[in-house]
Design a protein around this ligand. Structure first.
Ligand code: ACO
Length: 323
């Protein structure tokens, strides 16, 4: 059986930056509240005409370039997104067209903030079984389209962006293991509003819906669940906390990230944090953080990295990687 190894990473953030000071002018909030409760200082927001595949394309091209590959080499394309351009065709098919790839399987995965970890887990199986040799795996979101910009409890959190990796068949081990889970019993704690008589007709007309979240309950579940998933991952690999070089967590809230780092006994300088500059970009957050740390030289070939995420569904998952 083949191994599956990440050979290139890439990311893209829309140019427009929305700061906490900008949000102070939009809703009753403060820079201090947002920074103390979440760690977020700014986030990137797509232009109205920029859709998810528009952010995914430059991220994908950068990952391909880093891997020394061209679109013609790609034989599997997976996009993890909660905010597809359309209900159908899938964002993966729309991106495939933009990249000029024809014939390879292309599909979306919807697991909200855990989407990229789910997509990586699926692509890994394709490669290990020999069904694909060069997979493009992307997490991309335009969450700003489903944020209620009058709801201060959620609009300060979410943002837009895209991250991508190229996963190739390899003689050497890369992905050591992946672990994915879901429990729909918690669907109501983090959801999008069901269309009803009070739903804003304009939002319904453009096919969007608002995020609704019981933040405090989600916070507690996220901390406990992520603690369990890191234990599960390391136990499966027969590794201890000291074997991990880098934690690349889903970037939802600095306090959740710090709690997981404490659990791993990992100093914060071995944890990749982008939530301060990127906000919560859902499926894009893990590959965006990974690419940031690869490009600034922190993550190096051979490093052992633990990726983890938790999101709506609830869904949660992890991937242990030798980079
Ligand atoms: N500015 C000022 N005050 C605010 C704001 C705001 N932006 N938002 C809420 N508040 C107020 C509340 O109204 C409340 O006021 P009250 O005490 O008078 O009622 C007070 O602040 C405290 O509210 P809490 O919700 O209890 O605040 P908490 O400390 O829990 O922080 C937060 C809220 C940041 C949302 C936190 O709960 C959190 O991060 N939750 C998890 C989010 C997450 O990880 N989601 C998972 C992934 S996301 C995905 O899957 C798409």
């Amino acid at each position: 059986m083949n191994h599956a190894r990440i050979t290139g990473t890439g990311s893209y953030l829309p140019e427009r930056i929305l700061t906490n000071q900008d949000l102070e002018r939009m809703v009753e909030t403060s820079d201090t509240w947002i920074r103390e409760r979440t760690g977020i200082e700014q986030r990137h927001i797509a232009e109205k005409d920029q859709l998810t595949s528009d952010l995914a394309e430059p991220a994908a091209r950068r990952a391909l370039e880093a891997a020394g590959k061209t679109p013609a080499d790609v034989d599997l394309l997976i996009v993890a997104t909660t905010t597809p351009d359309r209900v159908f065709p899938s964002t993966a098919c729309l991106l495939q067209q933009k990249l000029g790839i024809h014939g390879s399987p292309a599909f979306d995965i919807q697991a909200v903030c855990t989407g990229f970890v789910y997509a990586l887990s699926v692509a890994e199986k394709f490669i290990k079984t020999g069904s694909a040799r060069c997979a493009l795996v992307i997490g991309a979101e335009t969450l700003s389209r489903i944020v209620n910009w009058q709801d201060r409890s959620t609009c300060v959190l979410f943002a837009d962006g895209a991250g991508a990796v190229v996963l190739e068949a390899s003689e050497e081990p890369g992905i050591i293991s992946t672990h994915i889970h879901a429990d729909g019993a918690y669907e109501s704690l983090l959801t999008t509003v069901k269309p009803g008589p009070d739903t804003d007709p304009e939002r319904l007309a453009d096919g969007t819906a608002f995020i609704e979240m019981r933040g405090n309950e989600v916070f507690k579940m996220a901390v406990n669940t992520l603690g369990r998933i890191v234990d599960e991952t390391l136990a499966a690999a027969g590794m201890g906390y000291q074997d991990i070089d880098w934690l690349v967590p889903h970037q939802a809230n600095i306090r959740i990230i710090q709690a997981t780092a404490r659990k791993l006994d990992l100093p914060m300088d071995r944890v990749v944090v982008t939530v301060n500059r990127h906000g919560n970009t859902s499926a894009a957050s893990v590959p965006l953080a990974l690419d940031t740390a690869v490009r600034d030289g922190r993550i190096k070939r051979g490093d052992k990295i633990l990726l983890e995420a938790f999101g709506g569904g609830f869904t949660w998952g992890s991937a242990l990687i030798r980079f």
